[in-house]
Design a protein around this ligand. Structure first.
Ligand code: ATP
Ligand code: MG
Ligand code: MG
Ligand code: MG
Length: 438
């Protein structure tokens, strides 16, 4: 991509309306534009990151055996009356009336929709277990939308729903998502800790929130220090096998959110030097809630003995759009964002320090072509900005590698490679520069 043709409205100054660094940097890097309170447009750079995160989430859901669907954003209130949640959900639900005076709503979550789909199409225990997920926009009329996409009103969520015959089977479905979440967040460069959590309005009796530690987080959390560096299950983990050893290892050490915290247990189970009391950001949340929705909505299948059995269900959310902000909270410096490579909007930034100079333009065009041929996503700064502005833009938007090309270096066939994460700069030959990033 040539920067001269791209849409990247970078801000030089820190916007006053943004309180936390991720929100400030997302605005400065031209990733989002607020459209109304808690409602954002995703500009090209922000959208690329969102899509990368979405792709990792999708890959790990698929690996764990979940199957993708796409449910509507607008739902019928009648479904929520069946489950009994329509009144209970309260003011966070955006309620809409259509032209026929029918009550509709913009979905804040989709337990009712998926339960209805399942109820109407699955009749036998032989079709179980199943886990269906979608990555879809949600709306919650948050009382205090803030921190940019971190607490939006409209936000992108991955929500998965598992269906099993028995509570024991459902526990295995829960474990598959637990392990998938460990892998998903680690692949984004995050150290997420699963913590015993309250089930809130979703209901149920087994639940973990996946939390990353950050001073700007809205949750108060308590955990054993070793969990922050916990072992991540490998890509070839057998999701059809017994995942209890992995889950047990992670849940044997103390970790709880505020609502579930037990100060006495914390003090007895965790040595003082390993006690972490911190703020955290909730990036994912998994629930097992048994028959809470299946029972009132009549979601049953025929069991092996011919008797009808009410389905055991769980639901599993990931805040896909919140993750964009959360990753920035975890990975930035004074100059801007420092994207972990797997979620970076571009892998390489190519800086032409003397646009209009024939030799520099030709060398950059050649490098650009070679990078593209190697399948590297490059942002080529071919604008006629001064060098200082180009450096600062690349640093703000956080591209992992910068190839810096100017007439002086070219005289000896050299360019500079800058690694955004540690700021190191090295002068090397053009070939060596390419080899560093391909
Ligand atoms: P919170 O405690 O932050 O309000 P929640 O517990 O209400 O979140 P869940 O119902 O567990 O949220 O939804 C699953 C995931 O969706 C959360 O873990 C979070 O990552 C994300 N999420 C929830 N609300 C928002 C929001 N307003 N903006 C962005 N992401 C959100
Ligand atoms: Mg909430
Ligand atoms: Mg919560
Ligand atoms: Mg939650």
């Amino acid at each position: 991509m040539h920067l001269s043709r791209y849409f990247l409205p970078v801000l030089r100054d820190t916007p006053k309306e943004a309180e936390i660094v991720s929100h400030q940097l997302m605005l400065r890097a031209g990733m989002i534009k607020q459209s109304a309170a808690g409602i954002y447009s995703w500009l090209p750079l922000g959208l690329k990151v969102l899509k990368k995160i979405e792709a990792i989430v999708r890959e790990e859901q698929n690996r764990a055996g979940a199957v993708e669907v796409l449910m509507p954003t607008v739902q019928s209130a009648d479904l929520w009356r069946e489950s009994g949640r329509y009144e209970a959900y309260g003011k966070e639900m955006l309620r809409i009336t259509d032209r026929h005076e029918r009550d509709m709503l913009y979905g804040p979550t989709a337990e009712e929709v998926i339960t209805a789909i399942f109820r109407d199409s699955v009749k036998s225990y032989r079709d179980l277990p199943k886990n269906l997920y979608n990555i879809q926009w949600k709306f919650r009329d948050e009382i205090r939308p803030r921190f940019g996409v971190m607490r939006g009103r409209e936000f992108l969520m991955k929500d998965a729903y598992s269906f099993d015959l028995t509570a024991e089977d459902a526990r295995r479905s829960y474990q598959r998502m637990f392990v998938a979440y460990l892998r998903t967040f680690a692949r984004m460069g995050l150290k997420a800790v699963p913590m015993a959590a309250d089930t809130g309005p979703i209901g149920g009796d087994l639940s973990h929130e996946f939390i990353i530690l950050a001073d700007t987080g809205e949750s108060q959390v308590f955990c054993h220090r070793d969990l922050i560096e916990g072992a991540i299950p490998p890509a070839d983990t057998d999701f059809l096998g017994d995942l209890s050893p992995i889950v047990d290892a992670w849940t044997s050490l103390y970790a709880a959110t505020d609502e579930m915290h037990d100060a006495k247990r914390f003090d007895t189970e965790v040595p003082a030097e390993s006690q972490v009391t911190a703020r955290g950001i909730e990036i994912g949340h998994i629930f097992f809630f048994g028959t809470k929705y299946a029972e009132p909505m009549g979601a049953r299948v025929q069991g092996p003995d011919g008797q009808m059995v009410t389905l055991q269900m769980g639901s599993y959310g990931i805040g896909v759009s919140r993750l964009v902000g959360a990753i920035i909270e975890a990975s930035h410096d004074d100059a801007g964002i420092v994207w972990p490579l797997p979620v970076a909007p571009f892998e390489v930034g190519l800086l032409n320090l003397r646009t209009g100079d024939a030799a520099t333009d030709a060398a950059c065009a050649d490098l650009y072509g070679k990078l593209r041929n190697a399948g590297i996503d490059v942002l080529y700064d071919d604008t006629d900005e001064r060098a200082g502005a180009k450096f600062s833009t690349m640093d703000i938007i956080g591209i992992p590698y910068q190839l810096i090309v100017g007439p002086k270096g070219l005289k000896t066939g050299e360019l500079e490679v800058k690694v955004r994460a540690d700021g190191t700069r090295e002068t090397v030959s053009l070939e060596a520069g390419l080899a560093r990033v391909i």
